[in-house]
Write a new protein. Structure first.
Length: 275
């Protein structure tokens, strides 16, 4: 009687017991990120407002408040003071979380879970794509700053650090959107996650320096991480390489990112268990 051999799935014609080799984590990560980046240009409705709105507010705020702020001696260069605010408007809330919800609803995410792809890469790959997107959105805002006369006290290296801070903040804050997407699979819930950002941005030093704030707003701003992020970014633009505000800005990103990304990882674990 001849021996019966069993071939591994997907290896027809190969010796018995041979299985497809699992790809590396880096390969999984770049594959997920590449797919997300290729899809982004097909969704201009998610990208264009993120660029138009910050440019609009930058021009309106500087046009309305520049003379008042500079003549009163509150801010020596109001355009430079407002540039980090415009950047945060551009990069916050821009994520592939809505696309993730679509993948969950149409079953594509569940099919991915049937493959050997590493679960962590499913989330981190999207965040890598987000980092590239927010840097791409921040660059035109910086260029507008140059056009209207803003210069960086820290030079080209400071511009690079400025963009990196913006990109890292965008990714850190997006952890909340991914946590909501993975937990609910609801597009309306994900779209409303940007509302979380408004207290961060407006209850802070958006229009006046911290020492000019009074009352309850001054107290809230003291505990708002965006206050310290703005201070670090403004130092790069206006003051030079001041270690303390820049370090505090990095710490603010790390603090928010730790909470947001931890929530997204917990939601990912729950989603994979349910699927």
């Amino acid at each position: 009687m001849s021996a019966v051999t069993t071939e591994a799935p997907g290896t027809a014609g190969a010796p018995a017991g041979i299985r497809a080799r699992r790809s590396s984590f880096v390969h999984d990560l770049t594959t997920i990120a590449g797919r997300a980046l290729r899809a982004a240009p097909r969704e201009p409705e998610a990208i264009v407002p993120a660029l138009v709105i910050p440019l609009f507010f930058f021009m309106v705020n500087t046009g309305a408040l520049q003379d008042l702020a500079e003549q009163g001696g509150v801010v020596p260069d109001f355009k430079a003071f407002q540039l980090p605010v415009a950047i945060l408007f551009a990069v916050t809330g821009v994520s592939r979380a809505p696309a993730l919800v679509t993948d969950i609803q149409n079953g594509y995410f569940d099919r991915l879970l049937l493959t050997p792809v590493r679960r962590l890469a499913l989330l981190l790959g999207l965040m890598v794509a987000d980092f590239a997107l927010v840097i791409a959105l921040a660059i035109p805002v910086v260029l507008l700053g140059f056009v209207v006369g803003v210069t960086f006290a820290t030079g080209p290296a400071g511009i690079l650090v400025f963009l990196l801070l913006a990109g890292c903040w965008g990714v850190a804050f997006n952890g909340f959107a991914y946590a909501i997407a993975l937990k609910t699979g609801n597009p309306a819930a994900v779209n409303s996650s940007f509302v979380l950002f408004f207290p961060f941005l407006f209850l802070t030093t958006s229009f006046l320096p911290q020492e000019a704030l009074t009352g309850w707003l001054a107290t809230v701003a003291d505990f708002n991480p965006v206050t310290y992020l703005l201070a670090g970014m403004r130092a790069l633009v206006m003051d030079g390489w001041e270690a303390e505000p820049i370090a505090q800005g990095v710490a603010a990103i790390a603090g928010v990112g730790t909470v947001a990304i931890l929530l997204s990882l917990v939601a990912l674990r729950g989603r994979t268990r349910r699927s």
